[in-house]
Ligand binder design. Structure first.
Ligand code: CMP
Length: 521
């Protein structure tokens, strides 16, 4: 099968699908949107039109030749054979006028095609609107007809016939009320140009939506996304509100989805943004925006806003975006939320922890250097007492100056230790997984020396005063190693604040204040 036959076969197949189902052929995964043929079916071939024009012109030309060449014979025929002696000449003249009128019409159509079809397209790059072409045809034909009529019937004043007849005017006005309304609305639409051929519009209370195919002197023709043609009269289009999505404009769409409450927003936003920006027909000029719309009954509700290259394909693109989200969720192990009723049984000792988290916490605490001397039972006991908290990027975990009775271990993510310097936050240290903070206030009873802010989504394990006291009672040596760390951190802060002192003095001072605070000897 040749390529051409194949394409014709495909086109026929598509046409049959459209006819049978009343919808455009459905896009299937794996085929890019650019491969989808447009749904418009060309009805007339311009070649046929040209041939028809020449045949019609030849017939009319021949008829004119005959009625002018044998006019006296026709007059004779009508007078003698048909007994119409009085009107014979007028009848022949009327027949001549009719044929001349047809010829004038054909000439006007030819000029129309030549001026608007060829010259206009050549100079401006697009075809002239149908309404403009129709106005040209009406005016040119009327002028030509008046001219022919005046030459053929010099005794009759056609202008006076129209202008003086008041009754004729009233009848004509009433009969053409709607037509003229549409005609002038069409002119105002052309002058205003609120939309053009190829734009997607949504009109009126019924929200008829489709791609503009034509604007004629009577109506705006749109092709809906079910491949139906809808005609909206020009007067309706001029009266009703119209939502226009211009073809050469970056129009945006919103697609909604949701996730379970257990899925992290930062991760979801990143995963969806990356999945959507790659999709076909999603504009590369603006990065899609993913944001939380609502904290819903069943889960976290999100919306993704993306911009389309070709807005007319928004249905397919919305579907493709949803498909990409599904696959991205599956890879990233994010779950869609569906109507569920979750029964949460709160266990106070392990607030915020999932079932698999406990061993990970024991492992994490075991890897913290100050807890290295602890036995595995003591680490497990500490893990039991630890509470997990998750912070979004930029959220403050502890605030400088606040009282504090617990310390924290970074389980996942990173935090920034910040002090305030002339009203502005200055980073002193960045702590990542396995590091700890908040021990100064916990062990000395003094206010927090700095603020700690999450740099990225961060999970911290909080250990309270009582749990640490139990650990100190079993491991008095731990206090000494901690006092060294606290002294070192104080020196870090002293670079900007007036905290100073020799290392030995400071450690000894901290050691005794920890012992005092925890009631140790
Ligand atoms: P705390 O004073 O309880 O609260 C702020 C915490 O920031 C402090 O305990 C330390 O754990 C931590 N911190 C202060 N200075 C430093 C530093 N120079 N390096 C690392 N951590 C610090």
């Amino acid at each position: 099968m040749s390529l051409q036959t194949g394409l014709i076969h495909l086109a026929k197949l598509r046409e049959s699908v459209i006819k049978e189902e009343g919808i455009p052929a459905v896009w299937t995964p794996g085929i890019s949107l650019s491969e989808i043929p447009t749904t418009k079916v060309t009805r007339t071939l311009s070649k046929n039109k040209i041939a028809l024009f020449f045949i019609a012109t030849a017939i009319v030309g021949l008829a004119l030749y005959l009625v002018f060449r044998f006019d006296y014979r026709l007059v004779e025929l009508l007078s003698v054979r048909m007994d119409l002696a009085g009107q014979a000449k007028t009848i022949v003249n009327v027949v001549q006028l009719i044929f001349l009128g047809i010829l004038a019409y054909l000439i006007v159509r030819a000029c129309n095609a030549l001026i608007f079809g060829l010259v206009f397209r050549f100079r401006r790059g697009f075809e002239a609107p149908t309404l403009v072409r129709n106005i040209f045809t009406i005016i040119a034909f009327t002028a030509l007809f008046f001219l022919i009529f005046t030459v053929m019937f010099p005794g009759i004043n056609l202008g006076a016939l129209f202008t003086t007849s008041a009754i004729f005017g009233v009848i004509l006005g009433l009969a053409l009320q709607d037509t003229l309304g549409n005609f002038f609305s069409g002119i105002s639409l052309q002058a205003d140009r609120p939309f053009q051929v190829g734009d997607v519009i949504r009109v009126g209370a019924e929200k008829q939506t489709g791609v503009v195919e034509e604007i004629t002197w009577r109506a705006v023709k749109i092709r809906t996304f079910q491949n139906h043609v809808v005609l909206i009269s020009n007067s309706t289009a001029a009266r009703e509100p119209i939502e226009v999505c211009p073809r050469d404009n970056l129009n945006a769409r919103l697609v909604f989805f949701n996730t379970l409450y257990s899925d992290s927003p930062a991760k979801t936003i990143h995963v969806v943004r990356e999945a959507v920006r790659e999709a076909d027909n999603v504009s590369q000029k603006i990065t899609p925006i993913v944001r939380i719309r609502n904290l819903g009954d069943n889960g976290v509700d999100y919306e993704v806003k993306y911009w389309l290259t070709d807005y007319a394909k928004y249905n397919d693109t919305d579907a493709l975006v949803r498909q990409r989200i599904w696959y991205a969720f599956r890879r990233a192990k994010i779950n869609f939320a569906y109507p569920t009723r979750t029964l949460l049984i709160e266990r106070t000792s392990k607030r915020g922890m999932g079932p698999g988290d406990e061993s990970a916490i024991v492992e994490r605490l075991g890897a913290v250097d100050i807890f290295a001397p602890l036995s595995s039972e003591e680490t497990a006991m500490l893990a039991q007492a630890a509470t997990s908290h998750v912070f979004a990027p930029g959220e403050t975990v502890i605030r400088g100056g606040d009282p504090g009775s617990s310390m924290f271990v970074v389980h996942n993510g990173r935090v920034s230790v910040q002090i305030s310097e002339s009203g502005r936050a200055r980073n002193v240290a960045t702590l990542s997984e396995g590091a700890f903070f908040g021990e100064m206030a916990l062990f000395t009873g003094e206010p927090r020396t700095a603020s700690v802010v999450a740099v990225e989504e961060t999970e911290v394990l909080e250990i309270g005063h009582d749990a640490m006291k139990r650990v100190f009672d079993n491991n008095p040596d731990l206090v000494e190693s901690l006092s060294h760390i606290i002294a070192e951190r104080r020196r870090g802060l002293a670079a900007t604040e007036a905290l100073s002192g020799s290392e030995g003095d400071e450690s000894a001072g901290i050691l005794s204040s920890i012992k005092r605070f925890f009631g140790m000897k």
